[in-house]
Design a protein around this ligand. Structure first.
Ligand SMILES: [Fe+2]
Ligand SMILES: [Fe+2]
Length: 436
């Protein structure tokens, strides 16, 4: 992966990127997650008009999962859809499940057998409003764009980045954990994230932008080493993809796979998850685009990656503890390198960062780049590349990344919340070592 000439790049490959002139960006904001609220009370008029969003449980070229959070009183029990040029509407019944700590339900309809690369109209029950969405293309021969980031919350910065992200006309958005900072406790925060997403993540042509996520510490009561039920609001919303495990792969036809990991919040990093990762990556090593994602970074830009000394209150001694990402580096990174992962998206540290392509922790042109570090709506000041030689570029900026995939080429453009391009890099094909 090489940084590209920004001007040449923007003048050609990213002609459609919605960037604005360079401008200052606010660095005021949240250093910490907001405190969880007490018992949540909800109005009964919450429903599909303000919480409707799309996600995926199966192949995004032919399926779509329609969801909203709302009351069951006089609620729609089916959704209808038709291609934009079609005349015969299809109807799919909804299922419901509790949205915990409230009297609301998660309503879900699973659309299957869709035509790849096609625009559809969507109607919720008998409501008069028609929504639009599109399926992913069958092949990666055409250019397509998605956006990614993490650590949103429900503040004004998160909303500003939602609005800017939607303007990029992405086919989908990936949020890598710490969505609304509900901490497994606050239904208000969980609902607030979905409300913001539903309101703003609609592209300029009126199409809903599907949401793909992975688990972060702020979705889980206690943050780490939790049980599945500790992710109180997360799995009721996203267990279409995460049916039995807190990690999953999402395969887009035969051209893109997202391998979505749990960095120790419900599932341990070592053991079953790592064994699953090995076989999952091996099966997908020749995909043109193989991207992994996790919440806690292997190569942090704010927290310490090295050994730290912590007091042991029982023994009265000091002992050494691993730094942030230690288990990722031990168990996952060798697999990323061995099986041809093209990029890893990671979050949690609340900065903008891009690492060098890394092999065994050191810059190597055949290595794996790590893009992050989770500042969609949360912010901290990163350490410098001088202090951490694995870092190629850092910044204190609320940001998300626009990924543009063209055949076997990938471009990654970091935009800050003002629309300024913070970074551009790209790569083509698989590393020669893997072609061997
Ligand atoms: Fe976070
Ligand atoms: Fe986090």
């Amino acid at each position: 992966m090489n940084p590209l000439n920004r001007r040449a790049f923007l003048g050609t490959s990213l002609g459609g990127l919605t960037a604005v002139a360079a401008a200052g960006h606010s660095d005021a904001g949240y250093e910490r997650a907001p405190a969880p609220r007490k018992l949540d009370e909800f109005p009964t008029n919450v429903g599909p008009l303000d919480t409707l969003f799309l996600t995926w449980s199966g192949d995004p070229t032919t399926t779509m999962t329609v969801q909203w959070i709302g009351s069951t009183i006089a609620a729609p029990t089916a959704v209808r859809y038709v291609t934009r040029t079609g005349v015969v509407w299809n109807e799919v019944p909804t299922t419901t499940r509790p949205f915990p700590k409230t009297n609301l339900k998660v309503h879900r309809a699973q659309l299957t057998g869709l035509t790849p690369g096609t625009e559809y109209l969507l109607q919720i029950g008998t409501t008069t409003q028609l929504h639009r969405f599109r399926t992913m293309p069958a092949k990666a021969t055409d250019t397509f764009t998605f956006v990614s980031g993490g650590d949103c919350g429900v503040n004004a910065h998160a909303v500003a980045n939602n609005i800017l992200a939607a303007k990029q006309e992405p086919y989908f958005a990936f949020i890598g954990g710490d969505l609304g900072y509900d901490n497994g406790i606050s239904a208000t925060s969980a609902l607030g994230f979905i409300r913001n997403y539903a309101k703003h993540m609609i592209d300029p042509k009126g199409r809903l932008i599907p949401l793909v996520t992975c688990l972060g510490n702020h979705e889980v009561r206690g943050g780490y080493k939790g049980k599945r039920e500790d992710a109180t609001f997360y799995f009721p919303l996203f267990d279409g993809l995460y049916k039995d495990t807190s990690y999953a792969s999402l395969d887009f036809g035969d051209y893109l796979s997202l391998v979505l990991l749990d960095s120790g919040h419900v599932s341990p990093i070592a053991g079953a998850q790592t064994a699953w990762l090995e076989s999952t990556l091996r099966d997908r090593a020749e995909r043109p685009h193989l991207i992994a994602a996790n919440h806690v970074p292997a190569y942090p830009s704010y927290r310490s990656s090295g050994k730290t000394t912590v007091p042991n209150s029982i023994l009265g001694l000091f002992e050494r503890a691993g730094g942030t990402g230690e288990e990722n580096r031990k168990f996952w990174c060798p697999l990323f390198e061995r099986h041809g992962v093209d990029a890893v998206l990671e979050h949690h540290d609340h900065t903008f960062k891009r690492t060098h392509p890394l092999m065994d922790g050191r810059p190597n042109k055949y290595g794996v780049p790590y893009l992050g570090d989770g500042s969609w709506g949360m912010l901290r000041a990163p350490v410098t590349p001088e202090a951490r030689p694995y870092l190629a570029k850092v910044g204190k900026a609320y940001h998300f990344t626009v990924h543009k995939l063209e055949g076997e080429q990938r471009f990654h453009v970091a935009l800050d919340e003002s629309g300024r391009v913070a970074d551009v890099c790209g790569s083509t094909g698989k590393r020669p070592a893997l072609r061997g």
